[in-house]
Write a protein of this length. Sequence first.
Length: 320
Amino acid sequence: MALPGFRKRRAAASPGADDVKDGPLPQDQLDIKRRTKTRRNAIITSCFCYLVALVFLILVEVGNTNGSRVRGDIYFFRLDLADIMPSSVSGLSSLTLTNSIARTLGLHDFYQIGLWNFCEGYEDEGITSCSTPTNLWWFNPVEILQSELLAGASIALPSEVNTVLTILRIASQVMFGFFLAGLVLNFVLMLLAPIVLYSRWWSLPFSLFSFLAALMVIAAACVATAMALVFKYALTSQTELNIVVVIGTKMFAFMWIAAGFTLLAFLIHAGMGCCCTSRRDIRTGRKGGRNMAASPSTSEKPSRGYNLPTFGRKTVASSA
């Protein structure tokens, strides 16, 4: 009688054993695209928002840089001096009125203020000239008007104008820098947005830069709005001067549309930090990647490579 022996039974390895251990990776690219469709659509939407904001920021930047039909109609505010009343005209009594009081005094009928410069012109001729675009430019009405007045003429501008000149200079330069920085950030973020598809970790730094872009554009729009309203209040505080300040509707519409789309792009990237499956989520089995890739057979407890040993009885052949 033979001693009982162990017989090793070779078990076939489960076809998905290694995959279950490391997380099943979808091999079909169509399957990957299907699972990341929501994130991809969100990225496309954010790129569209950046593109729209970029277009309107460019319009803000190039507005009023020359007297063309398009750019000459984009300005922050327009100073209308056609019917201005001078405080004194000593030595100018022999002059006759030429079309408007402003032209008689040596001034232009209107002055338009943009981001880089100002333009001036007459009501019957339109814009006749624009100053040279300058970095960190700001509008100083006292200096510009006094330099164009004929000798002997003077205009008593409201005292509020001199009071707010320093504040307006700082605000104008801050607005200039914020608009330019916001434009550059929107352009860079639009180009780099597709990398957020690969991992949600990219959404954190992307959201920070997107927030910075939105903050700069919104802050610049707020400063521009406040500056135009302050100028309007200061220059029209004395009604007897007949100074009219017209707010540039197109410029304000463009900059606030850009601010709105930049803010929307930030909200999209902030949401992608915790939502929408990325490629890395599928590779590591997070956010439904493991559950969606696993088949019913792999959802059960996987079998081990070897079974427990079993006892077997050997059959002894009878001797002849």
